[in-house]
Ligand binder design. Structure first.
Ligand code: AGP
Length: 615
């Protein structure tokens, strides 16, 4: 998820674009760059790090004056956050500049073919290939807009592209597929951006572009077509958000926005990971198949929400790859004198990549000779840098302290790792792998469906605002989900909340049940292991008989639980191991709504930090 801005008008483009980037920095801050058309050339600057680094560079060497420009704040996916990998990217002649938000799935093939045709690409990014493809199309296309349409027809994946060309200094051309792009309509000036926050200081008249569209923007006009040049419809609207609300996409909190972004985050994390033959291609893994075949044990280290993803990973890795897998809290790991060797794969899961407990666990594992893989959301952060390999999640920046979209993308990543291990070790046939990949590909839509029906969750959450405690029960992969639901409630509503394996109830916790105690129960799929389902129905009966107020999360069509649920929250039926992707979402909404009802700052809960960089 990156921030992009384009401007065509009468004002200095550099000022408008950089100010717009400042409004979008929450979308990505690994690097920033701008390009301005001036005097028949492109003048550009780009720097790794936050926008302040670019501003400093522009102080040192201001760009040429121009009234047409594009700018970019990067959330790195392909290629570490360096100056070279920062956008914009230019073609061989320096007459075309491109910026990009998204993931181009087939960029490796495109890049290889370009290099075979003599192009020299300088960065590790997928974006740079687009600049050179535009260069190749220009002579025949007769203009940047047509060249962009021709290039877009070659791209697969998710992209919003903005480009400028010295041959047409009065235009910015943009294209979008599965990634946001809006036009801001001004008076004698027009804007392009990832979202309206970039230009609502100048205009509130916006145009939302549709799928597979190209827009040619000039100071007093814009033309929208599909990828084949046919005129295309678009949606005009007036923005009534203030600047702060615009950064949150109109939501009251970043957490609500990030919960809503989960379908896209899951889809983005899946992008580019299935090869053309349906098998997995985790190209950034950098652990050879030989290394992975040599592994005889897996240990996962993580903290907090990431540790719950690790617990779910254990089920998936052992079920699909048949490798023994342990999940260890990073803060406990190295004090346990764990038995590690070259045949141990330690997987460190971390959204920030900076959690000191997890980083120290990684260092300990490295000293013991283990192989290290990180699953991380921040490109180039400390933990992936100290591991042998990395699988990046593509959740985009997660601003709220309470992790939501990062957690769901961690689940996607651990499923991919589990399947990849099964693939390289020959435990599963290709058709079995592709079957699960197809199930994963359907998950964004399933998550979207949950988001559409969570109103009952909000209602029951508000009704519990005066409660002192909420218990959470789950079995199998629903147990880590119960723990995650309890953690969300603790960190947001400052309430006592506890998650249990439902089978543990009779070993003590059932003594907590008395009249009115709210208990959230995550019910496993009746199609998975019916014995598990039957047991948890018995658990619900046991607590109901003792007066509990049962809030039951169960699959559509699961009728066995209806009579025991005071509140029934339906989730789509999905494969057993993938259920956490849909069952977690109501718990996120539940905690967020209850905390809001108590008047708490949901984005920045007391005593907590987004990244715990101390032990
Ligand atoms: C989760 O909502 C919390 N913010 C916290 O538990 C977090 O998951 C934990 O600190 C680990 O952070 P990391 O994923 O950045 O390593």
């Amino acid at each position: 998820m990156c921030g992009i801005v384009g401007y065509v008008g009468d004002r200095p483009a550099l000022d408008v674009v950089v100010d717009g980037l400042a409004r979008l920095e929450y979308r990505g801050y690994d690097s920033a760059g701008v390009a301005v058309l001036a005097g028949g050339t492109i003048d550009s600057a780009k720097r790794a790090g936050k926008l302040a680094n670019l501003r400093a560079a522009l102080e040192e060497r201001p760009l040429a004056e121009g009234t047409v420009g594009i700018g970019h704040t990067r959330w790195a996916t392909h290629g570490a956050p360096t100056d070279v990998n920062a956008h914009p990217h230019l073609d061989c002649t320096g007459s075309v500049a491109v910026i990009h938000n998204g993931i181009i799935e087939n960029f490796a093939t495109l890049r290889r073919d370009l290099e075979e045709r003599g192009h020299e690409l300088l960065s590790e990014t997928d974006t740079e290939a687009v600049a050179h493809l535009l260069e190749e199309e220009m002579p025949e296309a007769g203009g940047l807009a047509e060249a962009m349409r021709r290039v877009c027809r070659k791209l697969e994946g998710a992209f919003t592209l903005l480009a400028v060309d010295t041959a047409d200094p009065g235009a910015v051309v943009a294209a979008r597929r599965n990634s946001p792009l809006v036009v801001g309509r001004g008076d004698g000036e027009n804007f392009l951006a990832s979202d309206v926050a970039a230009f609502i200081a100048h205009t509130r008249d916006a145009v939302e572009l549709g799928q597979d569209q190209v827009v040619e923007l000039r100071r007093d006009s814009f033309t929208v077509t599909d990828f084949f040049g046919h005129p295309a419809a678009y949606n005009e609207y007036h923005v009534d958000w203030d600047a702060s609300a615009a950064e949150k996409g109109g939501y009251d909190y970043f957490m609500l926005k990030e919960i809503a972004e989960q379908p896209q985050a899951v889809a983005d994390t899946l992008l580019g990971r299935a090869g053309l033959d349906g098998t997995l291609a985790l190209d950034e893994m950098r652990l050879s198949d030989e290394d992975l075949r040599d592994i005889d044990k897996i240990v996962i280290v993580a903290c907090g929400t990431a540790s719950h993803a690790g617990m779910i990973a254990k089920y998936a890795i052992e079920h699909w790859s048949r490798l023994p897998c342990e999940m260890e809290l990073a803060s406990e790991f190295r004090y346990r004198d764990p038995i590690l060797d070259r045949q141990t794969l330690v997987i460190a899961i971390s959204q920030s990549g900076e959690t000191m407990d997890t980083l120290m666990a990684v260092r300990h594992a490295k000293e013991q000779g283990a192989r290290l893989l990180s699953i991380c959301n921040v490109n180039g952060s400390s933990i992936p840098r100290e591991c042998d390999a990395v699988l990046y999640t593509h959740a985009g920046p997660e601003v709220a302290v309470a992790s939501t979209k990062a957690f769901l993308t961690q689940l996607v990543a651990v499923y991919l790792v589990a399947l990849y291990l099964a693939q390289v070790r020959g435990i599963k046939y290709t058709d079995e792998i592709t079957a699960v990949i197809s199930q994963l590909a359907a998950m964004p839509e399933k998550v979207e469906k949950v988001l559409d029906i969570v109103e009952p969750v909000r209602e029951v959450a508000r009704s519990l605002a005066s409660e002192k405690c909420v218990l959470f029960l789950g079995r199998h992969v629903g147990f880590p989900v119960a723990l995650e639901g309890a953690l969300k409630l603790k960190e947001l509503a400052y309430m006592h909340a506890e998650g249990f394996a439902a089978g543990e109830l009779k070993h003590g916790p059932i003594a907590l049940i008395e009249d009115g105690v709210p208990v959230v129960v995550v019910v496993p799929s009746p199609r998975g292991r019916s014995v598990l389902h039957n047991k948890i129905v018995s658990n619900i009966q046991e607590i109901r008989a003792r007066g509990a107020r049962t809030i039951v999360i169960a699959e559509e069509g699961d009728e066995a639980v209806v009579q025991y649920a005071d509140t029934l929250i339906r989730i789509p039926d999905v494969p057993t191991l993938l259920q956490p992707l849909v069952s977690t979402v109501p718990l996120q909404v539940f905690a967020c709504e209850l905390a809001t009802a108590k008047g708490h700052d949901v984005d920045q809960p007391r005593n907590l930090a987004k990244s715990v960089t101390v032990e």
